[in-house]
Write a protein that binds this ligand. Structure first.
Ligand SMILES: NC(=O)C1=CN([C@@H]2O[C@H](COP(=O)(O)OP(=O)(O)OC[C@H]3O[C@@H](n4cnc5c(N)ncnc54)[C@H](OP(=O)(O)O)[C@@H]3O)[C@@H](O)[C@H]2O)C=CC1
Ligand SMILES: O=C(O)[C@@H]1CCC=N1
Length: 324
């Protein structure tokens, strides 16, 4: 396995595209990537945005993406029989087997997807990276092993990753957890892939911490977009035109983040430096604090964390603990 390993994305939605787009932007070879995605319009979108990318759909698309097919004739038969559709711009009808499989479907369909891929995952033993919120590594291992006599040691290792959508612009923040059976080489490959699209990659030792990572950086971009939407709206209500309101809001967010990243000061000091006593910022900050801003943020992050845990219960059969 190399840092240009053959990658199969199972699911070609928002987060898959964020990772794929970020990898391609930093030079990952397009010819090493295949995406399996059932929705025709989404396939067309991916074809047109990434010309030459192999995008598969159809009933056997997931299998083909993982298993590969070194016989163009066999692939052509699958295509003519309609079990696989392949975009016409893709370079080849031969597929090497995937060395890394990125499970990028919604948590609710993960079980079905993994069940369908069970055989090929057991045979090919690719490194499996799951980005699905909530679903634990042992649950994925259970899905792979179900209906067989395989022992955990016979299963391919699963690395659980919680990325975020800024990966698309190579500004992702990613949390990672690997089970003890993952080798250093496999961890290195997974980390290198995510590091290519993320400015911050953090391993956690305890899988439960992935729920917390989900509540902070996985879901986090949406919190900042919400804040920016609210600031833009406030500026418009107070008289600015929308274009100016949006541009000032976005640049303020970016500037604050860059300062926070590069400054020796902690976040509180940076805030205090903007806040003249009894000045304008002071008036705003007091309004936020009096409205319970910090507690509200805590409750929001906790809700995301708890939802991640409850997905593990709903979809993985785990007991729900009320402990965070
Ligand atoms: N969006 C985000 O910011 C983040 C998402 N995640 C995780 O990433 C995963 C994907 O989320 P996201 O990209 O937002 O969701 P999307 O719905 O955008 O993407 C999932 C894609 O998988 C496709 N799909 C559905 N069934 C199958 C199948 N049987 N085989 C192959 N593909 C299938 C869907 O097609 P169709 O539309 O036809 O159903 C869809 O295009 C989730 O598990 C989520 O928890 C993790 C971190 C951040
Ligand atoms: O909202 C979700 O469930 C996914 C996981 C993290 C971000 N989006």
């Amino acid at each position: 396995m190399t840092l240009q390993s053959r990658l199969a994305f199972i699911g070609g939605g928002n987060m898959a595209e964020a990772i794929l787009g970020g990898l391609l932007a930093c030079g990952y070879p397009l010819s090493q990537c295949v995406v399996s995605e059932p929705l025709k319009s989404r396939c067309e979108f991916l074809h047109s945005k990434y010309p030459g990318l192999q995008v598969l759909s159809g009933s056997q698309a997931n299998q083909l993406a993982v298993n590969g097919s070194t016989s163009p004739k066999r692939t052509a038969t699958m295509i003519s029989e309609g079990s696989v559709n392949l975009n016409p711009t893709a370079a080849s009808t031969s597929f090497a087997p995937a060395e890394v499989v990125i499970l990028a479907v919604k948590p609710q369909v993960l079980k079905t997807v993994v069940h369908d891929l069970r055989q090929v995952l057991q045979t090919r033993q690719p490194l499996i990276i799951s980005i699905a919120a909530g679903i634990e590594t042992r649950t994925i291992a259970k899905f792979i092993a179900e209906g067989t006599t395989l022992k955990p040691r016979d299963l391919p290792p699963v690395i659980r990753v919680m990325p975020n959508t800024p990966s698309l612009v190579n500004e992702g923040a990613t949390g990672m957890y690997a089970t003890s059976d993952a080798t250093d080489d496999q961890r290195h490959v997974a980390e290198s892939l995510m590091a290519a699209v993320s400015k911050q990659v953090s391993w956690v030792d305890n899988e439960a911490m992935i729920d917390t990572v989900t509540g902070i950086s996985g879901s986090g971009p949406a919190y900042f977009f919400l804040m920016m939407e609210a600031m833009e709206e406030a500026a418009v209500r107070l008289g600015l035109d929308r274009k100016t309101a949006k541009a000032l809001t976005i640049q303020t967010c970016l500037g604050a983040a860059k300062m926070a990243q590069s400054s020796q000061d902690d976040l509180e000091t940076l805030r205090v430096k903007v806040t003249s006593p009894n000045g304008t910022t002071d008036a705003a900050i007091k309004t936020f604090e009096n409205g319970g801003f910090r507690e509200l943020v805590y409750e929001g992050v906790k809700a995301a964390n708890m939802r991640s845990k409850s997905l593990a219960v709903e979809l993985g059969g785990k007991e729900l603990s009320t402990k965070l």
